[in-house]
Design a protein around this ligand. Sequence first.
Ligand SMILES: *[C@@H]1O[C@H](CO)[C@@H](O)[C@H](O)[C@H]1NC(C)=O
Ligand SMILES: *[C@@H]1O[C@H](CO)[C@@H](O)[C@H](O)[C@H]1NC(C)=O
Ligand SMILES: *[C@@H]1O[C@H](CO)[C@@H](O)[C@H](O)[C@H]1NC(C)=O
Length: 466
Amino acid sequence: MKPPQGITYWLFLVRVSMVISTVLLVSRSPHLPHLTANKSITQNTNNVDISSASASVSTMPLPYVDPCADRYIYVYDDLPEKFNEDILQDCRSLSLWTNMCPSLTNSGLGPELNGADGDGVLQDTGWYLTNQWALDIIFHKRMKQYDCLTKDYSLATAVFVPFYPGLDVTRFLWEPEIARRDKLGLELIEWLKQRHEWAARGGRDHFLVSGRSTWNLQRGLDESYAWGSKFLVIPEVQNITVLTVERRPIGKNEFAIPYPTNFHPSGMSQVTEWQEKVRSSKRPWLFSFAGGRRPDQPERVRNYLIDQCAESSRCKMHECEIGGVECNSPSNLMKLFMHSNFCLQPPGDTRARRSIFDSMLAGCVPVFFHNESAHIQYKWHFPSNLESFSVYIWEDEVIEGRVRPEEVLLRYSEKEIREMREEVIRMIPTLVYTDPRYSSADFRDAFDVTVDRVVGRMREISLTDS
Ligand SMILES: *[C@@H]1O[C@H](CO)[C@@H](O)[C@H](O)[C@H]1NC(C)=O
Ligand SMILES: *[C@@H]1O[C@H](CO)[C@@H](O)[C@H](O)[C@H]1NC(C)=O
Ligand SMILES: *[C@@H]1O[C@H](CO)[C@@H](O)[C@H](O)[C@H]1NC(C)=O
């Protein structure tokens, strides 16, 4: 289209920019349900129909604007079900202690709480009994709602592999026969290597999600006492971007994304209502802790924290055992965290914990004791200035008796605490995963933030490669 001259040229620019902003508005605005509700406008096609959006603005021929340009994702929808669905069918084997089958329902969100769980603590909708390791499923289902999917690989910036490595390995973690833990991962790579989508870039544009920390996927020794599978050690996997709830410091291709919490809002109004609730919550406790002792490992910082909490009138504690009802009850946890200013988040079996996200959801300022709990995790979701919303106390200082966390926390003024809490509350929308059964909600959640960063990373990789 040839732009006209002079004053009409300016008019032309104004019109074009109006059209463009209308298109952008249409793709994000919650107030246009007749357009946003129908995802087929942009889904699975590069032929975006913008005529209905622009009709009222201009009748001039339009420049072609593709809101999905550079962010199309290709998904292996034909991946055999043994790599995902069949693992869910095998749910009885997913945990030695509890029946995980109910946790896998509702697209991985688990049973709906429907306000039944609490005494008015949680909202009536949007709350589920979500298992902390269900992200393999939740992310996959959420991906189905992504508004820039394509079936044409040549258009794609990134390729999603809907394999469930976290759930897969969970079935065999306590099995002495290590070959079973590795089998499916190796088969996945064989399957991928047959594909032209893999061959094109050696898998460098591929990504997948593990809902269990990568510590479970990095076995070095082929001995039955060694933990986990060796999925991350497979040479081809080095080319894949692995998203996980907790990464290792050495994992260059690993990126940590938030653990799923129990809150899966379907719209921003639900989030705003919750933010208001936690903002106005009275916080009688200076600090609190929810978790269990590690009696067999006396030198763990959490044991010291539990003792100090028990001695302090400013600390409230939920001591948990595996499968303990107290700690698995979302309303009990939320009540504890909503009534505390600071929430202690020492390492557990691994350096980070889902509780970090549960407590932040309640507007509680997290206190970290290890620099692998937050400093190297969640870089896409946390502000780089960690002091703006959290406290860091090196665990050795506590273990060796040089620092008492209570004294550190008492030094923060009310104003400082309020500012940190505001920062935590501001982050809530980007830390939760919206309900994947509905088309994308009217706000950017943890999934949206993740996908933006993945796509950005793939563009960079593609520049370096070429
Ligand atoms: C979305 O658009 C498609 C194609 O125009 C149409 O077949 C379908 O009924 C629409 N769905 C809704 C929910 O409006
Ligand atoms: C990783 O990707 C590079 C670049 O495409 C490729 O040359 C290499 O063979 C791939 N590595 C493996 C183990 O497939
Ligand atoms: C974590 O802290 C320890 C002790 O201060 C330090 O030696 C180590 O390099 C730090 N690691 C990271 C990833 O910052």
